[in-house]
Design a protein around this ligand. Structure first.
Ligand SMILES: [Zn+2]
Length: 355
C-alpha cells in the first residue's frame, strides 16, 4: 500500500473517527447525524426504498458514487452529501480522507481495471484540467469499454459501460487538498492522467444557483452543494447514455428541499437571508420559495433566532448549536499555562514559573 498522507492527516482522521464513535454512543444518530430527538431517518428510510427501485431499474447500467468525505465533514449536521449517501445507499460507497486502507482499496480497483483496458472512474472537481463529464464518457469511457456497441440506447439490452464517480465533500480549501491527494495517489500507483481524470458539470456560463441559498452562502456561481452536484452529474450521465432519469432527478432534488426545510424548521441550521456584498452580481442569493415561506411564518426574526432546546447542550456539535457556557469551559481547559523565564543571578540558571 502506498502511503500518501502526512502523519498529521492520518492522526486527524483517527481523532475525528474516535470522536464520532463517542458521539454516536448516546447523542447522535449514526445515519442522519442529528441528535436522536431530531432524527430524520424515518422519512429517509421510506425514500431510500423508492431510490433503490429507481436506481435498480436499469439492469444494463451500473453506477458507483464514491462519497469521499473530508474527515472534518463527518458529523456535521448540515452536511448535504450524507443525505444523498443515505437515500442513494444502493449506489454510494462512502470513504473518508485519511483512511488509507479504504483509499488503497479504491486505487487498487482502478489499477486492476486499467490493466484490463477499462477506464471508468473520474473525480468530480472543477479545476483547470477538468474535462466535461459528457465528453469524458463519450471520448474515453465508451472507447475503453470492451463492447463497442454500447453507445446505442439501452433498449437493445446492450450492456452500458459502468461509471464510477468520486465526489469530494469538504469546504473548498479541504476539497482542494483532497484533489491534490488524489493526484499524488494517481502518481504513486503509476496511473496515466486519463485514467483518473478530473471532470466538471456541463453548466451554462451563468453557473447555477445553489439549492442551499438562504441557508448557506454560495461563494461563486459554479460552486454548489455536494448533493446538488452529484444529482446533476447523475442526470448528465443518464442523458449521455439516453437513459430515462426525470423522475429520479426531480425526486432527489425535491428530497434535498425537504431536508433543508426540515433543518431550518428544527433550527438545526439558521437562515442567512441577508445577501453578502461582493458576490451578489454573479450569484442569485434569493432564498428558495420554501425557505422564504418558513421565514415568513417564524415569530422571531431569523437573525435573532438562537438554536434552542436544552437537550442540545448534551452534544458537541461543530456548528453554532454549542452553547456559550460549554464553549468557554472547553476553552479554559485548553489554556496553556503562561511560562515565564526568571533569571537568578546567584545560580546563573533560568527557572520556569507557571502563572
Ligand atoms: Zn437518524
Amino acid at each position: 500500500m502506498e502511503t500518501i498522507h502526512h502523519q498529521k492527516t492520518k492522526e486527524a482522521f483517527l481523532g475525528r473517527h474516535e470522536w464520532w464513535e463517542q458521539e454516536t454512543i448516546s447523542f447522535r444518530c449514526p445515519k442522519c447525524w442529528l441528535r436522536h430527538f431530531q432524527c430524520y431517518c424515518n422519512y429517509m428510510t421510506e425514500r431510500k426504498y423508492h431510490y433503490d427501485t429507481l436506481f435498480g431499474q436499469n439492469k444494463t447500467f451500473k453506477l458507483e458514487v464514491y462519497m469521499y468525505y473530508h474527515h472534518l465533514e463527518i458529523g456535521r449536521s448540515a452536511n448535504t452529501a450524507h443525505i444523498f449517501d443515505v437515500l442513494g445507499e444502493s449506489v454510494v460507497i462512502p470513504i473518508v480522507y485519511g483512511d488509507e486502507n479504504a483509499e488503497a482499496r479504491l486505487m487498487e480497483t482502478i489499477v486492476s481495471e486499467y490493466k484490463q483496458g477499462i477506464t471508468n472512474t473520474c473525480i468530480l472537481y472543477p479545476n483547470n484540467e477538468s474535462l466535461l463529464l459528457s465528453d469524458w464518457i463519450n471520448n474515453t469511457v465508451i472507447q475503453s469499454f470492451p463492447t463497442q456497441e454500447t453507445s446505442e440506447p439501452s433498449s437493445n439490452n446492450l450492456i452500458l459501460p459502468p461509471i464510477r464517480i468520486i465526489l469530494l465533500d469538504g469546504t473548498y480549501p479541504c476539497a482542494s487538498r483532497m484533489a491534490k491527494a488524489l493526484l499524488n495517489m494517481r502518481e504513486a500507483y503509476l496511473l496515466p492522467e486519463e485514467v483518473l481524470p478530473f471532470v466538471k458539470l456541463d453548466l451554462s456560463e451563468n453557473g447555477l444557483k445553489s439549492a442551499v441559498a438562504g441557508i448557506m452562502y454560495q461563494p461563486a456561481k459554479f460552486k454548489i452543494c455536494s448533493y446538488q452536484a452529484i444529482v446533476l452529474a447523475i442526470q448528465q450521465i443518464y442523458e449521455t447514455f439516453h437513459l430515462p432519469c426525470s423522475i429520479l432527478v426531480t425526486d432527489l432534488l425535491q428530497d434535498l428541499d425537504n431536508w433543508l426545510a426540515y433543518i431550518v424548521k428544527a433550527k438545526i441550521k439558521l437562515t442567512k437571508t441577508k445577501p453578502v456584498t461582493g458576490i451578489e452580481d454573479v450569484v442569485d442569493q434569493t432564498p428558495a420559495n420554501f425557505i422564504q415561506e418558513i421565514v415568513k411564518n417564524l415569530t422571531v426574526h431569523p437573525n435573532n433566532l438562537k438554536p434552542n432546546s436544552s437537550k442540545q447542550i448534551k452534544s458537541t456539535d461543530d456548528n453554532q448549536a454549542v452553547p456559550a457556557i460549554r464553549r468557554r469551559r472547553r476553552k479554559r481547559k485548553k489554556t496553556i499555562p503562561t511560562v515565564v523565564l526568571v533569571s537568578t543571578r546567584k545560580f546563573r540558571v533560568f527557572s520556569i514559573v507557571y502563572i
